[in-house]
Design a protein around this ligand. Structure first.
Ligand code: MGD
Ligand code: MGD
Ligand code: SF4
Ligand code: MO
Length: 702
């Protein structure tokens, strides 16, 4: 039988590349890029291109398991579902709905997020639902909310070819979004566009920069305020025009007075002239496209970094026109879907807020429940859920498609919290993971290509990732597991679905009239094609490439907000005992906590062990040589990796990837989060993963 090719969407980063999966004898044998797709036009990057082995890797979960006498043992689905539902119910009856929480990854489908939200918020009456979006895009979402009044990225990928300046901040897109980087690099070459990169490291992305602002970690707000200072001082801002579409120019002007380039240079460590040059480049640009990522969001000033960056495109009228605007790429493949379904504890489906009484009423009416059933107070953030496990206020946690034991900061504190759960249910595709190892119940899920559902990419494009092959053994699609547990808890009427398509058909109705309106989207319309950009209110609507082109923003006065934000240093401070700043981040060969990628031999062999980038001067002082095993320790724990001595990091900084696990206090410790701090941005509750005070030394042989 010849290979059959099926269209699908990439399950790794949030750029949403169109892929083709080749199937032979019921097995996926090749993945390639889809020619003509509006995101990648045939290109494919390392992770999906090598993902075939993930479908037949040894540790795939094929049967539910329950922990008995300390050991996870296989059971039937019926037993697993009854056990989970009855334990959840007992805990709710004894301790109230707030004792239950769900935490999911951002690779779930829109339909799966919708079911989780309906179950916990609408049926159980708890808002304790979180997702990796809290660790990833919560600050971008909050940044958009405060600046433009809605969590709605306005620009689109077609802008890449029309921009004359790319402002790339805290974003190593050459590694994290290679298809985007390829387009940016091509546009630079063909259109002579300019590139500014702001990053404390010399990264793969800084290679194409005309200006690299190698700032000290955490100092972006001072830099952005100073760029605003130069723009305003040197006549690049038409203040009258700006006031038509944005409020706050007077206050911003006042604040930016305090950030002359000389002061910003002291704070950031960047030469004064380079800051001025960058500001002039911004001022002269006719179409500036802005990208930012975790160098912004993983910070205690995360939302303020977002706000001050938004100030720059607003000041320079760089939005809602071809080639210009803020284009926030999401980390995981359906992070935007997650946000729009309400996958955080303060959100409700269809871009609504828990704290808004009208929104609660609309959702309650839609679900046919009394409004009082929807708790009026936002639930716990994931870090508060862990605090709740420590204090006993949270007793049960259901983890779906996430690996919090490795991905959350300050691992020891996280593991202590997770191990206090009376009921930890983990629904994954692999066992063991750092989190399944702690579970009371493990539920085997079908993965990408083995189930159907929609993903929404960073340019608001909704696509169908259809079922192509059967899942192994008894693994079930996450949707099905969710509705089985819900029904076993007594919510048969609320969960009548028999397919993800049914779920989508219901969910889309609650998006009517919202910016994420998907009423014109059907599985039929999506099948085999390259998706539709939302909003798409009816079946004849072609989709919406750019938002707010009428320059009306959904805020009280219809204008966006210029927000004056003071620079504050990172919350964690270095000291004599912990004199280095640890930055954590990504590399090419692995994805997040590496659960899938470490099981792909080609990828694993390229990057089998963790490393620590060290500045040559620091290495010399500590007598560390390339390849030496080094120990990185903080007040929270110790981890290890191999020294990579390079001028990529500033003196006093070290960098470590996040993709490796390993036990605590043991020679195998490789997990960066053993040492990271769990302080969060107070607005977005997102952890400061990119700034931890640590010590560094050569490991002593045992
Ligand atoms: N290969 C691969 N691709 C991925 C992933 C993966 O694990 N592997 N994960 C996906 C996910 S979930 C996400 S969220 C994205 C993340 O993608 P990125 O955000 O691009 O990746 P990171 O390496 O976390 O951080 C980006 C850069 O921020 C810089 N940085 C650190 N501190 C600061 C600061 O204070 N200011 C500024 N301006 N920069 C700073 C770091 O030096 C780093 O180069 O990647 C996605 N794509
Ligand atoms: N120190 C530090 N820590 C970080 C970061 C950092 O930069 N520095 N980055 C943060 C960011 S941006 C993110 S997004 C998070 C990511 O944190 P997580 O989302 O917790 O980590 P992943 O490794 O993506 O875990 C995904 C899990 O889902 C499983 N899975 C895959 N597909 C399916 C499926 O279809 N169904 C089910 N049920 N399971 C599935 C995988 O096997 C894996 O166990 O990490 C955060 N942690
Ligand atoms: S750029 Fe992102 S979406 Fe595109 S193929 Fe690579 S990982 Fe997948
Ligand atoms: Mo992420």
């Amino acid at each position: 039988m010849p290979i059959q090719w099926h269209k699908t969407t990439c399950p790794y980063c949030g750029f949403g590349c169109g892929l083709m999966a080749g199937v032979e004898n019921g097995k996926i044998i090749e993945i390639k890029g889809m020619p003509g797709h509006p995101a990648n036009d045939g290109m494919i990057c390392t992770l999906p291109a090598n993902s075939v082995p993930v479908f037949c890797a040894e540790d795939r979960l094929t049967k539910p398991m329950i922990r008995r006498d300390g050991k996870l043992s296989p059971v039937s689905w019926e037993e697993a579902i009854t056990h989970v539902a009855s334990r959840f119910q007992e805990i709710i009856e004894t301790h109230g709905p707030g004792a239950i929480a769900i935490h999911s990854g951002a690779t779930c489908t829109t339909e799966e997020y919708y079911l989780m939200n309906k179950l916990i918020k609408g049926c159980i009456g708890s808002n304790n639902i979180e997702s990796s979006t809290r660790l990833c895009m919560a600050s971008s979402a909050m940044g958009f909310m405060s600046t433009i009044g809605a969590d709605a990225p306005p620009a689109c990928y077609a802008d890449i070819e029309q921009a004359d300046l790319f402002f790339i901040a805290g974003n190593n897109m050459a590694i994290s979004v290679p298809a985007l980087f390829a387009r940016v690099a091509r546009s630079k070459r063909k259109n002579d566009a300019k590139v500014i990169v702001v990053d404390p490291r010399r990264s793969e992305t800084t290679g194409i920069a005309d200006i690299h602002l190698q700032i000290r970690p955490g100092t972006d707000v001072a830099l952005n305020n100073s760029i605003a200072h130069v723009l305003l001082k040197e006549g690049y801002v038409n203040e009258e025009k700006v006031a038509e579409y944005a409020s706050g120019i007077k206050d911003l002007k006042e604040l930016s007075e305090e950030y002359p380039p000389s002061r910003a240079s002291e704070i950031t460590g960047c030469p004064e002239q380079l800051i001025i040059d960058a500001a002039r480049m911004v001022g002269r640009s006719k179409a500036m496209l802005i990208f930012w990522f975790q160098g912004y969001n993983h910070s205690t000033q995360a939302v303020f970094k977002n706000n001050t960056l938004h100030n720059l495109w607003l000041l320079t009228n760089n939005f809602c026109k071809p080639g210009a605007g803020p284009l926030s790429i999401t980390g995981e493949c359906n992070a935007l879907g997650c946000r729009w379904v309400g996958g955080l504890s303060h959100l409700l489906p269809g871009m609504r807020m828990v704290a808004n009484p009208q929104h609660r009423q609309e959702v309650a009416d839609f679900w046919g429940i009394p409004t009082e059933k929807l708790h009026p107070v936002p639930g716990r953030s994931i870090m508060d859920i862990v605090s709740g496990l420590h204090s006993g206020d949270v007793r049960a946690l259901w983890v779906i498609a996430a690996n919090p034991a490795a991905s959350l900061p300050n691992t020891k504190w996280i593991l202590d919290g997770l191990s206090k759960a009376e009921m930890l249910v983990v629904q994954d595709i692999f066992h063991p993971t750092e989190t399944t190892k702690l579970a009371d119940v493990v539920l085997p899920a079908a993965q990408w290509c083995e189930k159907a559902g929609t993903f929404i990419s960073s340019e608001r494009r909704i696509e169908l990732a259809d079922k192509i092959i059967d899942p192994p053994g008894e693994a079930k699609p996450d949707c099905e597991i969710l509705w089985l547990v819900a029904r076993a808890m007594g919510f048969e009427k609320e969960f009548p679905y028999s397919s993800p398509e049914d779920v989508f058909g219901e969910f889309k109705q609650i998006t009517s009239g919202r910016i994420c309106d998907m009423n014109g989207v059907t599985y039929e319309r999506l099948r085999g094609n390259t998706g539709i950009q939302l909003p798409c209110p009816d079946v004849n609507h072609p989709g919406t490439p750019r938002l707010f082109t009428d320059r009306y923003f959904p805020r009280a006065d219809g204008r966006a907000a210029l927000l004056p934000r003071e620079y504050l240093p990172p919350k964690e401070t270095i000291n004599e005992i912990y004199p280095f700043v640890l930055i954590t981040g990504r590399q090419q060969w692995h994805f997040n906590t590496g659960v899938r990628t470490k099981r792909i031999p080609y990828l694993h062999q390229r990057a089998p062990d963790n490393f620590v980038e060290i500045h040559p001067h620091d290495a010399a002082q500590l007598r560390i040589q390339n390849g030496d095993e080094v120990e990185v320790s903080s007040s929270r724990g110790t981890t290890k990796g191999f020294a990579q001595i390079s001028g990529r990091v500033l003196q006093g900084n070290i960098f470590m990837p996040i993709h490796y696990g390993g036990a605590i206090n043991n020679k195998d410790a490789r997990l960066a989060n053993l040492v990271t701090n769990n302080i969060c941005d107070i607005h977005s509750k997102q952890p400061e993963y990119k700034f931890s005070a640590v010590n560094l030394k050569k490991s002593q042989p045992c």
